[in-house]
Design a protein around this ligand. Structure first.
Ligand code: NAD
Ligand code: UDP
Length: 346
């Protein structure tokens, strides 16, 4: 089964890895991205990795999801069967300082996209949601039925879009929607050619410690060693970005194959790792020391966030296949070959 897919935000970290996986599965892609947080070089490398023949199945439209004309142009580029919607803003701290911008892009942009989908009779959508919706969970591992309690504007925009999608799917028959709640996407394609390229100082642990390992930053700050966790540092469910990409493929296939439905699924490994465990695994993978100092807790952090991924396994036949060692090996392959991200593109 070969589909024509619109991929918003396809040049970004998760989008680019998913584009590669979808091209390898034989689909045709129209990527819509304004490169607000990415580089066209990522898509050039996706094409390099797939080879020249598959590369012709990727079309790029540079444009903003909030622009009616840009979204219409993307729908004109091919008869779109389904949309994978990655485009959005994702920096928690920035969302606190610029909430209107986050609501505009994440919620307003999704509304624009939904209008265009309706105009083009396309009702199949995979949406990038987030485990941030669970806030401070009462129960770990966290099942999808856990209460949604976002604690920052970024999380509120994700909750609003999930609500919107639920309302839209209920308003008329035929909608096939998957809201995928990612836990902590990390790692890189094993080739070392694709990876995460944050602009400025990374706020997330994995890109930060990668930059310390490669010598771009002197020390990692560990935000608290007095959490109620086995070694006192925060515990997260780190998911290899290629496992995440495969989760999208699986979700898309289920949506297309089964009767219309709204699927809400956690995508995580079900295993938690502490900050210090990640540091040790990255040191082992890279052969580099990662100096760190323990500092105060970061405001808004929760001690532990780990997925219960059993629903995704049951519904999609999907589970993560790559563990912490592969995450760190592939993350290091990327970071060591591209210390400046796509900025020093070869
Ligand atoms: P990313 O910033 O690397 O990718 C987002 C892409 O969207 C970028 O290419 C960016 O240029 C593009 N974009 C932003 N605003 C746009 C606009 N107005 N019009 C068109 N394109 C626009 O982020 P990512 O890590 O790949 O995340 C992808 C999605 O997954 C986001 O919606 C994010 O909120 C969600 N998510 C990410 C994580 C994570 O930790 N990375 C966790 C949970 C959910
Ligand atoms: N963390 C840290 N130092 C950093 C960045 C993050 O100690 O420079 C910790 C953070 O407190 C949390 C874990 O690493 O326990 C993962 O943080 P990240 O921001 O990557 O993910 P999130 O907290 O959004 O799940």
């Amino acid at each position: 089964m070969s589909l024509q897919l619109l991929i918003t935000g396809g040049a970004g970290f998760i989008g680019s890895h998913t584009c590669l996986s979808l091209l390898e599965a034989g689909h045709g892609l129209v990527v819509l991205d304004n490169f607000a947080n990415s580089s066209p070089e990522a898509l050039r490398r996706v094409q390099e990795l797939t080879g020249p023949q598959a590369a012709t199945r990727l079309q790029l439209i540079r444009g903003d999801i909030r622009s009616r004309e840009a979204v219409a142009q993307a729908f004109r580029a091919a008869p779109i069967d389904a949309v994978l919607h990655f485009a959005g803003l994702k920096a928690v701290g920035e969302s606190v300082r610029q909430p209107q911008r986050y609501w505009d892009v994440n919620v307003g942009g999704t509304l624009q996209l939904l209008k265009a989908m309706a105009d083009h009779n396309c009702r199949t959508l995979v949406f990038s949601s987030s485990a941030t919706l669970y806030g401070f969970p009462d129960q770990v591992p966290i099942p999808e039925k856990a209460p949604l309690r976002p604690i920052n504007p970024y999380g509120h925009t994700k909750a609003a879009v999930e609500r919107l999608l639920t309302d839209v799917a209920a308003s008329e028959p035929g909608w096939r929607v998957a809201a995928l709640r990612y836990f902590n996407p990390v790692g890189a394609h094993p080739s070392g050619r694709l990876g995460e390229a944050p602009s400025g100082t990374p706020s997330n642990l994995f890109p930060y410690l990668s930059q310390v390992a490669v010598g771009l930053r002197p020390t990692l700050q560990v935000f608290g060693a007095d959490w109620p966790t086995p070694d006192g540092t925060g515990v997260r469910d780190y998911i290899h970005v290629m496992d995440l990409a495969e989760g999208h493929r699986a979700a898309l296939e289920v949506l297309v194959r089964e009767p219309p439905q709204l699927l809400t699924l956690n995508l995580g490994s079900g295993r938690g790792h502490s900050v210090l465990e990640l540091v040790a695994a990255f040191e082992a993978a890279s052969g580099r020391a990662i100096p760190y100092q323990v500092v105060a807790r970061r405001p808004g952090d929760s001690p532990t966030s780990v997925a219960d991924p059993s629903l995704a396994t049951a519904r999609l036949g999907w589970r993560t296949r790559r563990g912490l060692a592969e995450i760190c090996r592939d993350g290091w392959a990327w970071q060591s070959a591209n210390p400046q991200g796509y900025g020093e593109a070869h």
